[in-house]
Design a protein around this ligand. Sequence first.
Ligand code: KIV
Length: 271
Amino acid sequence: MSVHKEVKKVTTHQLQEMKRRGEKIAMLTAYDYTMAKIIDHAGIDVILVGDSASNVMAGHETTLPITLDQMIYHASSVIRAIDRALVVVDLPFGSYQGNSKEALTSAIKIMKESGAHAVKLEGGREIKDSIERILSAGIPVMGHLGLTPQSIYKFGTYTVRAKEEEEAQRLLADAKILEECGCFALVLEKIPAKLAAQVAKSISIPVIGIGAGGGVDGQVLVTHDMLGMTHEFSPRFLRRYLNLYESMTGAFEQYIKDVKSKDFPNENEQY
Ligand code: KIV
């Protein structure tokens, strides 16, 4: 008899059940096979192949330059590593804002070529048609409101969003629109905790926050930030679980020293 146990994959339906039972959802970003494998084995619920790859992987200042093909490259590397997590992929800037047909074509390309399980789009009522068209093809959609980095040049800064009543009301209404459209979950980025909790209470789909406080249904962080690999980025909401920048620098320095001093390789490290 085989002792191999099938790993139960996380589904969009399960995330909604988790919200109903009050179990928090844990989500992290990944852009490559090795990191995704570690995160998946640790038991994460959702992996986001975020367009933050544009910053973290490629060194761009914003998320705008990353292309659809580059997102597909990252997403397919992640998918090859996964046993359990639900994998959501960002539709990059310029691949869905033009019209709903273009949005559907982009979403289908991601699903077909990467094997991802769902897509994420930034925006509310202004992209409703695109979201509905993608959903009509049977592709699950995660929404994203609050700080939407693809619109950085419209807002001019990465500061907290929806602090004023008018913007808060608009965000609440947009969250309802996304729920009614059929989005399976919603990311809220960098908004007041009180507003985020109000959104999470007023809609039935899971709300996953980043810089949105603890009153939501789950949390997401950029993995390279929470591991302390990106030491120059320190927003208040970021909890660092390691200081990998420091420990990796130490390891690299030691390696350089060992090579220069001929300590590496020693007799046991050769053939
Ligand atoms: O691209 C990304 O990593 C994201 C998260 C910050 C939510 O959208």
